[in-house]
Write a protein that binds this ligand. Structure first.
Ligand code: FMN
Length: 158
């Protein structure tokens, strides 16, 4: 059973990176092997070998993915790879002051990954920048139960 997690970061001003670092710290404490990758210059071939991923992404513009996530997102849309071997968790950052497009980038990734056959593990963690909470704090509370769920699911599938 693999305990390896690839964390993918789509960010503009660094909040998603803080989430990724907090998640990595706690995943390692729980026995995980972690690789953090910025989405810049990645494309859908990244998922070719399957495995467990944690997508940490914020929303920009008017419900858009951050600039550094554009290439990966477009590649998923156009190449349409079969992601049957992929499982993923999702941390979606946004701000409810953008009421019409709150968390849309996370939603876009979630929809696209699921459409291509990937299986989401657990509920999406959504952070609202207007909530008064820190994204890394909510990540700290969410990540260990998420990993337990992922490992449990893997054992069931094996
Ligand atoms: C110019 C701009 C546009 C934004 N547009 C949205 C949006 O459409 N929807 C949303 O939920 N959040 C939006 N946000 C809020 C960010 O997603 C939020 O602040 C997030 O925590 C930033 O994370 P990051 O530092 O990882 O990029 C926007 C922020 C800025 C500065």
């Amino acid at each position: 059973m693999s305990r390896s997690v690839t964390i993918l970061v789509g960010t503009t001003t660094g909040n998603a990176q803080y989430c990724a670092e907090e998640a990595a710290f706690r995943l390692k404490a729980a026995g995980g092997e972690v690789n953090i990758r910025q989405m810049d210059d990645l494309d859908a071939t990244l998922f070719a070998e399957g495995g467990l991923y944690l997508v940490c992404i914020s929303t920009y513009g008017q419900g858009d993915v951050p600039d550094n996530a554009r290439g990966l997102y477009q590649s998923l849309v156009t190449a349409k790879p079969n992601l049957g071997g992929v499982r993923y968790g999702l941390i979606s950052l946004g701000d409810t002051s953008h009421a019409q497009t709150f968390g849309f980038a996370g939603r876009r990734f979630d929809t696209q990954l699921t459409k291509l056959g990937a299986q989401r593990v657990g509920e999406v963690l959504t952070h609202d920048a207007s909530s008064g909470t820190m994204p890394e704090e909510v990540t700290a509370a969410w990540i260990t139960p998420w990993f337990a769920l992922a490992v449990e699911g893997d054992a069931t599938a094996a």
